[in-house]
Write a protein of this length. Structure first.
Length: 391
């Protein structure tokens, strides 16, 4: 009976994956070319980021008018301010202390002049010399949102930073690249993206304030039929955590924000499951449910065999348990290998090999992070210390 339950969960997950793959293609959300000038600004939330902000500003000055760069701080005594003055970037002092990036962006946007385009970066980012040139192509095609390719500054520091960088490979290389091909809305992750000014003007600020304001924006864009595109030629770099406990805190916040955003937007999307954006709406409503069902089926099967081993040693149960663990590990190794092969992450050959073997273990810890996020009520935004000032 338990084996049947496991089979039902795993089969249901596979069926949902297939349905999601089919329905994501059902989009008629066409892009309309606009004649707006490429008049843009850069917004950078940067609380106590003096260790890394210079790397970003130095990369920006190669292709950006620094008078259109706005760095958001919470204290004028912050050493970040002196570095901004050195590069002639504008400094915006926050007047409220509400944590979360969305609030900082909201305050900044309300204090600056109107632009046709708003780019958003984190202080630890570094921008490739061709980033804005490539993004201009996306903007001129008419897309409301354009997201660049996130590479990693410190992927070779250790296996933790390497595996952490692959999280965004899953979102972009495996996910957004596929969505591009089927005219579907992409998922925004972190920074390195732009928003068309007409939407900012409509919002009169930045209305996305959950723990994961990027995912909230993704949901909003799908609900409101905004057009979005993932440009893998527009490259920027960021710093990944090198300590495992940092990744746990980070991912718990992401998962909590994921559920927080979905609670707000999915009921609205379900009421409006129609063209022109049906495929994107169907896909986002499905979310990670298919993977959850598969994981539940595997976990139930493993628990059953572990119990049988404790009650009455059974060689068949031991073999079954080892087999499902090895099979799951092998599948995740193959997925990791495909990501690394297709991706352009700045990882050494040695680190790529290590990542293929370690990333499956790293992925399984998402289950632990999800459990914390589900049962812990108060999860705050915790700052991760950035130290790498160059790529």
């Amino acid at each position: 009976m338990i084996d049947l339950i496991c089979l039902v969960f795993i089969s249901l997950g596979i069926i949902l994956l297939i349905l999601g793959n089919i329905n994501i293609r059902r989009n008629k959300n066409t892009v309309i070319k606009k004649d707006d000038d490429y008049d843009f600004c850069v917004l950078i939330p940067a609380r106590d980021e003096s260790k890394v902000i210079e790397g970003l500003l130095k990369s920006l000055e190669l292709s950006v008018n620094m008078h259109d760069v706005y760095v958001i701080v919470e204290d004028m005594k912050d050493k970040t301010v002196d570095i901004c003055n050195k590069y002639q970037a504008n400094v915006i002092l926050r007047t409220t202390k509400r944590q979360r990036k969305g609030y900082a962006l909201d305050e900044a946007i309300k204090q600056i002049k109107d632009y046709n385009l708003y780019f958003i970066f984190d202080a630890d980012n570094i921008v490739d010399k061709n980033f804005f040139k490539e993004m201009k192509k996306t903007y001129e095609q008419g897309y409301d949102i354009g997201v660049g390719y996130r590479n990693c500054k410190n992927g070779n520091d250790n296996i933790i930073s390497a595996c952490s960088s692959l999280t965004f490979s899953m979102i972009n290389t495996l996910g957004n690249d596929f969505r591009n091909k089927h005219n579907a809305n992409i998922l925004i992750s972190g920074t390195g993206f732009y928003i068309r000014g007409s939407w900012i003007k409509k919002w009169q600020g930045y209305p996305f304030h959950t723990l994961t304001e990027d995912y909230e924006l993704s949901l909003y864009s799908i609900l409101n039929n905004m057009t979005s595109y993932y440009n893998d030629k527009a490259i920027f770099y960021d710093e990944q955590p090198t300590k495992f406990n940092q990744t746990i805190k980070q991912r718990v916040r992401w998962i909590k924000g994921y559920f927080e955003s979905r609670k707000k937007y999915i009921p609205l999307i379900l009421k409006d499951l129609k063209q022109p954006n049906y495929g994107s709406k169907y896909s986002i409503c499905l979310g990670v449910r298919a993977f959850i069902y598969i994981i539940i089926g595997i976990v139930i099967f493993m628990i059953k065999n572990i119990i049988l081993l404790f009650i009455n040693y059974n060689a068949i149960s031991l073999i079954s348990l080892i087999s499902i663990i090895l099979l799951s590990y092998l599948i995740m190794m193959i997925v990791t290998y495909k990501m690394i092969k297709k991706d352009k992450l700045d990882l050494s050959r040695k680190m790529k090999i290590k990542t293929i073997f370690y990333n499956p273990i790293y992925l399984t810890t998402y289950v632990y992070c999800a459990l914390i996020a589900l049962f812990k009520k108060n999860i705050s935004w915790d700052k991760i210390e950035h130290k790498v000032n160059k790529k």
